[in-house]
Design a protein around this ligand. Structure first.
Ligand SMILES: CC(C)(COP(=O)(O)OP(=O)(O)OC[C@H]1O[C@@H](n2cnc3c(N)ncnc32)[C@H](O)[C@@H]1OP(=O)(O)O)[C@@H](O)C(=O)NCCC(=O)NCCS
Length: 218
């Protein structure tokens, strides 16, 4: 069943947030959930609860899609990240420190080579909406992700949104294929994501965009 968030879901959703990214190339950041939650979950609960879609099986939450109709509704991802990192002093945590040291090294290398690094959402007015989607491993390949995405795309179409973007990783091939099946297309460059590694390798940001079919506006 696909439905939207209610405050009664809060505890189960926070628990799901901790589990849903597992085994994904995007699943590990600086290894400190409370601060990662401040960037990738709390703002959506606070500012966009009506477009926070949940997938439920036998009364258990198995996946979520945090949809934001317009980036202007939220602080920027970079601001959220700085606030979370400062509040939790994560750069001083032994488990998180390797991430930040790698990020510094990646930034220095990129500067030397004159290359851009990945940053937060790009604010293009053609695709003002954005989303994050995560399912627990057991719910992947069951149609739950398609259910969440269809609910979000139907909402955007009914609301007359010009379009939606998302940021995934080139290396997250399953996610890229899923987004392509949902009508998203790759857009723009694929810069290095500082600090993040998957299976020991550097990863690259992939922006993808989707617009409601022409003539579907209400
Ligand atoms: C990325 C993610 C959301 C994609 O969801 P997914 O379910 O794995 O998507 P897939 O495209 O692999 O699976 C869809 C498959 O489900 C199956 N499926 C679809 N509808 C179905 C239904 N009604 N009943 C049963 N199976 C169904 C089909 O086999 C379908 O494949 P097909 O489109 O080739 O026919 C999910 O893998 C995930 O949460 N990954 C971890 C976190 C992550 O990477 N998030 C994205 C970060 S940007």
């Amino acid at each position: 069943m696909i439905r939207t968030y209610t405050p009664a879901d809060h505890t189960a959703l926070v628990d799901l947030f901790a589990r849903a990214g597992v085994d994904s190339p995007s699943g590990t950041l600086w290894e400190h959930l409370p601060s990662e939650q401040m960037v990738y979950l709390d703002p959506y609960i606070e500012h966009c609860p009506d477009t926070l879609f949940l997938a439920e099986v036998d009364g258990e939450l198995v996946g979520y899609l945090t949809g934001c109709p317009d980036g202007a509704l939220l602080p920027s991802e970079d601001d959220l990240m700085m606030r979370a990192i400062r509040q939790h002093k994560v750069t001083l945590r032994p488990r998180s420190m390797p991430f930040f040291l790698r990020a510094l090294a990646d930034a220095a290398t990129a500067k030397l080579r004159g290359r851009e690094l990945a940053s937060g959402t790009d604010g293009d007015e053609r695709w003002p909406a954005h989303l994050h989607i995560n399912l627990v491993p057991e719910a992947r390949g069951t149609g739950a992700a398609q259910g969440l995405m269809t609910a979000w795309q139907d909402w955007l179409t009914a609301a007359g949104s010009p379009g939606c973007h998302l940021q995934t990783l080139v290396e997250n091939t399953r996610a890229v294929r899923f987004f392509e099946k949902s009508g998203f297309v790759a857009h723009g460059p694929t810069p290095l994501v500082p600090g993040v590694r998957h299976a020991g390798h550097r990863v690259h940001q992939q922006t993808m965009v989707w617009s409601p079919p022409a003539g579907s506006w209400p």
